[in-house]
Design a protein around this ligand. Structure first.
Ligand SMILES: *[C@@H]1O[C@H](CO)[C@@H](O)[C@H](O)[C@H]1NC(C)=O
Ligand SMILES: *[C@@H]1O[C@H](CO)[C@@H](O)[C@H](O)[C@H]1NC(C)=O
Length: 487
């Protein structure tokens, strides 16, 4: 948490790449500092969700992905979901290098006998049911609307997988640098407007966001207190052996709550099967995303300085991942006594009001923080009402997480621009920080570049096609690509 001038930031890197460090005791004893001999596992609930849908990718990393099934049906363990599938995974790319003959395997595989898999699955499903590692079941019509209805275990990888520690540490070091970068870029309104000028012409959604942003610039709107809950996603590039950034999320970063559970689940399973698995549960790295999110929100709330103010969580009308959000808002209430209310953009438009002093009020209660867990995709704005709500929020003195400027910094076009020569220097001063940030930039091109487009047509396995915006399920990956994950 760094707070110059009420600037509140936190590192939520852990939320997606839920790290589970598993030291191989023999190797560790030999040389604890040699990362190639250690194994570090990474897994996350969301990643395995996408992995289980792509069961035949030719990676060497063996992942047992457990598909969502009804918790009630967990007794019938004959589902084909329980068969181990071979997948590539986020944060553990480079499976090719791992199989190179005679090579020291950086990404170790666990050979788990089928009987043990069945046992682990049953235990894991019980654990999920008892510890809130749950989502709404899409087959149940009300599961996205009412809590406690139509629950299903969250998708998860049964066991963690190995991941070199050195990359994990590198990512941790990068996190505060990226937070600072996001904030500094967000303060340069002209840079945002100019960089996104062409995107604006072709993407109506980004255009609407930019319009709100330029209105705020005209009003010379000041955001005295800012809160950013960001997440940087990485992969390891097999060809270069480098940790590369896939994207930087500045709005509605999710799975933070559930990811903590996955970490605990793995530790628990490994503790009970320590001998069979040959893994040490005490070296599993914990995940503190829930507590960190709650702390950041509470700190911002305290800065707003009105005891009767609430945190407004902007939600979608239907949200099967509501429990992921509740993990944070319930922690906020229990640890800090801060009340949250959940509203859709349409409800905010209908019930929200601005006092002359800029206070945003919902049903008579002042709002300290607007925490967006929706509003990142065009689908969240089905009518003009939602856009009016977004403008209302931006005009208010409530702390926005994120502000419109922070939101725009998360577009791929900005990421692309930052990767160009001498652009980072505009926002960061420290040369070694600049080098560290630049080192993890992967190539990023727009479709305006014919040479790149042609080479992507020739070698689709080398590319990932991504839209400007946030939200899962909209990324195109060649079926041959080794580097597959959820974005
Ligand atoms: C807190 O908000 C309420 C409602 O807007 C207002 O009446 C009150 O004066 C505020 N308190 C402070 C300390 O600003
Ligand atoms: C740059 O940052 C590094 C690492 O944080 C620090 O050790 C160094 O002193 C900084 N250099 C300058 C000139 O501030």
């Amino acid at each position: 948490l760094i707070c110059p001038h009420f600037l509140l930031y936190m590192t939520c890197f852990r939320s997606l790449l839920t790290p589970v460090e598993v030291w191989n005791p023999t190797n560790q004893a030999r040389n604890p500092h040699d990362h190639r001999r250690s194994t570090m596992a990474a897994a996350n609930a969301f990643t395995s969700a996408s992995m289980s849908c792509a069961p035949s990718l030719s990676g060497s990393v063996n992942v047992i992905a457990v598909c969502p099934r009804s918790v009630a049906a967990a007794r019938t363990l004959s589902s084909s979901c329980l068969r181990p599938v071979r997948c590539a995974a986020v944060g553990t790319a480079a499976p090719v290098a791992a199989t190179a003959e005679g090579d020291e395997r950086r990404f170790e595989q666990l050979a788990v006998p089928p009987e043990l898999v069945d046992e682990l699955v049953e235990e894991a499903l019980v654990w999920c049911s008892q510890h809130g590692l749950v989502v709404g079941d899409k087959n149940h019509p009300r599961s996205g609307k009412a809590p406690g209805v139509g629950l299903l275990h969250a998708p998860f990888a049964l066991l963690p997988m190995s991941f070199p520690k050195v990359y994990w540490e590198q990512a941790l070091e990068l996190a505060p640098l990226f937070n600072e970068l996001v904030h500094r870029v967000s303060l340069d309104g002209d840079f945002l407007q100019q960089t996104l000028a062409r995107t604006k012409e072709v993407d109506p959604f980004t255009r609407r966001l930019l319009d709100i942003h330029s209105k705020m610039m005209e009003l010379n709107k000041k955001e005295d207190i800012q809160l950013g809950l960001t997440r940087s996603d990485y992969m390891i590039d097999g060809a270069t052996d480098k940790l590369l950034q896939v994207e930087l999320n500045t709005i509605s970063t999710s799975s933070n709550g559930l990811a903590c559970g996955v970490s605990e689940l793995h530790r628990n399973l490994i503790r009970h099967h320590q001998r069979e698995l040959g893994l040490d549960p005490t070296s599993v790295v914990g995940n503190t995303a829930i507590a960190q999110h709650a702390e950041a929100l509470a700190t911002a709330w305290a800065e707003y300085n009105n005891q009767s103010a609430v945190v407004l969580v902007v939600v979608q009308a239907e949200e099967r991942y509501m429990y992921d959000q509740y993990w944070i808002t319930v922690a906020l209430r229990e640890m800090y006594g801060v009340t949250t209310i959940r509203k859709t953009m349409a409800e905010i438009e209908a019930e929200g009001d601005l006092r002359p002093d800029g206070t945003l009020v919902i049903n008579g209660r002042p709002v300290a923080i607007v925490y967006f867990r929706a509003g990142y995709s065009p689908a969240d704005y089905p009518s003009e009402a939602e856009w009016r709500a977004r403008l209302l929020i931006e005009r208010s003195s409530a702390i926005k997480c994120p502000s419109i400027a922070h939101h725009l910094v998360g577009t791929k076009k900005i990421q692309q621009e930052l990767a160009k020569e001498n652009v980072l220097e505009r926002f960061l001063d420290n040369q070694s920080d600049i080098e560290n940030v630049r080192k993890c930039f992967a190539g990023l091109w727009s479709l305006e570049n014919d040479i790149i487009v042609n080479s992507a047509i020739e070698s689709p396995e080398l590319f990932v096609l991504k839209p400007q915006r946030e939200g899962g399920g909209i990324t195109s990956v060649s079926p041959c690509s080794q580097n597959v994950g959820h974005y």
